[in-house]
Design a protein around this ligand. Sequence first.
Ligand code: ATP
Length: 238
Amino acid sequence: MTDTPLIEARGLARYYGSHCAVQGISLELRPGEVLGLLGPNGAGKSTTLSMISGNLAPSAGHIRINGIDLLDDPRGAKRHLGYLPEHPPLYRDLTVDEFLHYAARLHSIPRKAVNEAVDLAKSRTGLEDAGRALIGVLSKGFQQRVGIAQAIVHQPAVIILDEPTVGLDPLQIREIRDLIRELCHEHGVILSTHILAEVQATCHRVMIINRGHTVFTDTLQHLADRRPSTALKVGFAS
Ligand code: ATP
């Protein structure tokens, strides 16, 4: 790993009206790393990830993606990002290939390079044989693979996954976690979850947030050392 951060966020805040959802959040993501954003429901995880992915304007703070200021140059910065939201829109009547071609075009991949990009995204997410399947008939685990494939189709430096295993069965959860561990060799990953075991299975470092504030940021080893007091403060699921 090098020391150049793929993502550098400083002093992020977001208000909804007078309600402060996130305050003073700063984080860094380094190449080859999976950073977990851990916190209970309502902690501010989705709000933070929406700001970092450029889908929600911060009330305060700065975000740099691969050295590009997201607020100054959103198009340039977003080229380096892939994003799977917590509730992705499901294009049930499209085939996997149709949807991934659509996603590739949205990411401005030139027409003649789309087939190759889609094939690569499918092969890296275990969807080689699913191209002609309608998304609506796939299992939830495979639908989530499709969501991850669209997030990596333009080969971004960073992928942001918001609660990627919610609603999956135990086997599907294990498979998606394994996939994330493979993908991090080529993309830095930020993943949000409210499950401690998810962080332990997938992440190199963790940032715990509660009520919109950072409670803890460090390696998993340091989390294990401090877990009783940290867990008490936050009350996350294990
Ligand atoms: P969950 O795991 O339940 O999605 P979270 O950690 O992702 O939780 P957020 O969805 O970021 O948390 O919500 C943080 C706070 O902001 C909560 O108090 C929530 O009610 C509030 N909030 C989120 N979105 C909005 C919105 N569009 N309008 C008003 N308040 C919002």
